[in-house]
Design a protein around this ligand. Sequence first.
Ligand SMILES: Nc1ncnc2c1ncn2[C@@H]1O[C@H](COP(=O)(O)OP(=O)(O)OP(=O)(O)O)[C@@H](O)[C@H]1O
Length: 898
Amino acid sequence: MTTATADAAPTPMMAQYIEIKAANPDCLLFYRMGDFYELFFEDAEEASRALGIALTKRGKHLGEDIPMCGVPIHAAEDYLQKLIALGHRIAVCDQMEDPAEAKKRGSKSVVKRDVVRLVTPGTITEDQLLEAGRANYLMTLTRLGAKGREGEFAIAWTDLSTGAFRLAETGADRLEADIAAVEPSEVVVAEPLYRDEAFAQVFRRLGRRARPEPQALFDAATAPERICRFFGVSTLDGFGSFSRVELSAAAALIAYLGKTQLAARPALQRPERRVAGSAMEIDPATRASLELTRSAGGRRAGSLLSVIDRTVTGAGGRLLAVRLASPLTDPTAIRERQASLAHFIEDYALRAELRATLGRLPDIERALSRIALGRGGPRDLLAIRSGLFAASEIAARLTGDLPAELAACRQAILALPDTLSERLEMTLAEEVPLLKRDGGFVRPGALAALDEARTLREDARRFIAELQGHYAEETGIKSLKIKHNNVLGYFIEMNEANGKALMAGPLASTFIHRQTLASAMRFTTGELADLDERISHAGADALKLELETFDQLAAEIVEAAPQLQAAAGALGAIDVASALAELAVSGDWSRPVVDDSLAFRIEGGRHPVVEAALAAADGQSFVANDCDLSPKGKGPGAIWLVTGPNMGGKSTFLRQNAIIAILAQIGAYVPATAAHIGIVDRLFSRVGASDDLAEGRSTFMVEMVETAAILNQSGERALVILDEIGRGTATYDGLSIAFASVEHLHEVNRCRALFATHFHEMTALSARLKRLANVTMRVKEWQGEVIFLHEVGAGAADRSYGIQVARLAGLPKVVVERARQVLAELERSEQGEKRETFLDDLPLFSAAVRRQAEPAAPSAEVHPLVAEVEALDPDAMTPREAMEALYRLKAKLRDGRA
Ligand SMILES: Nc1ncnc2c1ncn2[C@@H]1O[C@H](COP(=O)(O)OP(=O)(O)OP(=O)(O)O)[C@@H](O)[C@H]1O
């Protein structure tokens, strides 16, 4: 039996582990032991499950085995990546001293260890863990006071891997839209706000990405001072003006970086304020329905971004994604971007040359950020060097009369310090190793002392090579070899028979035995040991010199961080402009007129993603369509009511117009022959709502919540795209809601809108609502088949062709046939009853089917009054007979009740 006391006392190492783990309870602790990061207890169980690595055990704690698993240091990044993707946070705990140091303090003493970094989804910088074309944002969110009103909420966000740092005020109703526009990987929220019931849904939807942090991190009183300290300035005046709540969010962001990066200081850019209203507001549901950056399946492929992205650099890809997420609302700024595109469209040779150079450009931003955080390697230095070189080539090509944006880009590149480029050129070798500890990245001739150490080492190596021949001759053992390993250093190896003979012979005093293996014996000599010593000394000296050089170069690079970041941003912008120009030329897109009007006129518009999919699938061409929601005269915008068969192309048409508005406002050309877009300040798109079972909301409930938001929030500048509102409930209810919503849009919101519906009865609205027009997706019927023309034309559809579509989808033949019969019956009964109002025109599907399925209900169940009413023939009665019949029926009814 084991004794409790013996089990209860943890080993000194375990005690250290437990202490460090206690300080980082919400992280998996990667505890460095030699060449491994080890995980213990629950962490080990969790990680072994997540990573599929073996769970072992090491020692006991409180009488129980301690579960353990480990990952080798060199492969740690792969494992980190998987764990981060699963939403974990990891505390990386390293050895802070050489184990030999610890041993000096006594055999039982433990190596000093400490957490050097917390790896969280929003703070990763390693290339392996990041997508090249996608920014990885960390965001903080806070509010002032308990009841934040508009402007009393703020967000701050940074891409640590590039240093971009932005701030914005936001409001309770815009919170989700503003967060969604950034698409952060991690949102750090002030604790009281996180716990506020009113926002519970928001944080639930963010899921593991949102995490609460103490309010102290967000303290507004000390915020300016904390920000000043970080940037090493005495006042923030030079940065622009920020509100109290923005500063609180920014200070929290810096504090959180301090908490996760510990000693390392990230190369953050100066905070840049995003002014409210400067970007088109697009809420998360709209982003999802338009599949802007992710397709419905959540992947990048199939999204609008994936189809329009022709950028060739990481920075360009990230910038395009940012621009697509936040289209501009200032026509002047939009026209500036258009001018850059136009410049590249006109000059094919320039575009081609620049894109070829850009294609070789390394990721300057990310290399810089790793260097600043002390995580850089020789390849990051090389990236900066070749980046600077390519940048100057690009600036040299940008000459003549440039549009404002490109001129500013050129300026930013020219502002790069020449000295840095020269210094890197002169110091770095052409080929460099991945890790600085491997040495060999400093060019020969760059540093005299290093050259000397290297020569010493090379000379010694040459001596050793010569020694092998010399020893072979001396001993007469031709197969003798001089080899090297990390344990023995240089040694002489020969087979066992030769070794034994040597040890017995006269040379035994020269050849000192070191090791006997199964098939070989190893020796050294005084001379070899001496050379070995000289080589390792020279090697250590050389490495020390190289590491010093590395640190100097890194410091010079960090010194130039603001210029490097500005130039990297400029190169990204050049990439985006030339990529969008390329896209416009290859897709035959045109430059839209963008202004302050409320116009919305598109000629020959196309949906770029559907068009690409059609072309890829079977080379089909996309049918272009016009759309005009412009006001007549000075009035507000128009509404188009789109009817048409299933599969007719309604959803595609709706989406393409929203997408064209977005593309126009990011400053791109648009997939249309011509377009005139008056700035859209807010975009709402509800196309194909889905249920949200996680939140216990049905499809219909989700649809209504979203419709409510649209009707409550759309102003005259909004663009609203609604598809089949009200289809998820009983027909009458749905129709009534759709009806009332269109009236509200027309009368109250007065915005430009497209409304697709299968309720053909709604087309009657155009008689009353002057700015509402009916359009329909044309089809042709041919030999009982329906052919979708995908053409939008004036007018209303009279049928849905749902059954034809169902047949195409492969519904069983008998079901299709039966459906045809039911439909015919329904249509007949509809006409027979000659109802007058549109509401009566609606088929009560279930009732009608029942009637047809069971033609004769048992007479016993029919109320006698019903039979009597049925027997009446009003056409054959005089008014007096009719009155009498009515009195008789009322009397019977009264008697029946009595
Ligand atoms: N303008 C077009 N040119 C060519 N093909 C098109 C066009 N518009 C749509 N299509 C094709 O028709 C398919 C159906 O389009 P869409 O989903 O827009 O129809 P819908 O009218 O909204 O259908 P439903 O009412 O069933 O939702 C698309 O996937 C696409 O392949």
